[in-house]
Ligand binder design. Structure first.
Ligand code: SF4
Length: 188
């Protein structure tokens, strides 16, 4: 009996069953030939995380010659069990897009062009701007003389890629700066 390509795909997770089938006289030749021609043959499998929402679905990235050549849901991830929504399923073109930014870009005040900057430069700049804003706008008391210790001009947006413990640490750091305005990327 011949096994079709569709039939083989159903059977790929059942190695033991395949051996049993071959012992029962099934012809696995076409299926083996199909597997040998798969574009992911010889690729390294890397587990990664979809960045688009708080579900954080895992996906498998197949990497060959330093390039991601295929992405698919990770059946071992217990939350989504290999499923991806439309955003997660479109991971591959996003990873390889020519429009994807790989380095920080900075546009100076009143400039009409973006400049490429190093991460060190950018993080130093961000830290300096945060400190300047806090130094200028920190209010120890409100108009009634009550202690508030806050900065109304700063806002923090959380990331869906942080777990509960990381969120707790970042939240405390932002509170220590006096930031009282928060939201979360996964909520908007
Ligand atoms: S695949 Fe969809 S549901 Fe899963 S993390 Fe990405 S955006 Fe969220």
């Amino acid at each position: 009996m011949e096994i079709t390509r569709r039939g083989f795909v159903k059977l790929t997770g059942l190695g033991a069953a395949s051996i049993a089938l071959s012992q029962l006289g099934f012809d696995l030749g076409p299926a083996k030939a199909y597997a040998a021609g798969l574009k992911i043959k010889g690729a390294k499998e890397v587990i990664s995380i979809c960045p688009f929402c708080a579900v954080c679905c895992h996906f498998i990235a197949h990497v060959k010659d330093g390039k991601v050549i295929n992405t698919e849901g990770d059946p071992g991830y217990p939350i989504s069990e290999g499923a991806l929504c439309a955003k997660g399923a479109s991971m591959l073109p996003m990873i390889n897009s020519d429009h994807r930014l790989l380095k920080p870009l900075y546009r100076a005040p009143y400039s009409d062009r973006w400049e490429e900057k190093s991460w060190d430069w950018m993080l130093t700049r961000l830290a300096q701007r945060m400190k300047d804003t806090r130094d200028n706008d920190f209010k120890r008391y409100n108009d009634k003389g009550e202690t508030v210790n806050r900065v109304n001009s700063m806002f923090h947006l959380g990331s869906s890629q942080m777990d509960n413990e990381e969120c707790a640490v970042v939240h405390q750091a932002m509170r220590a700066l006096g930031i009282v305005h928060f939201d979360h990327q996964a909520r908007i």
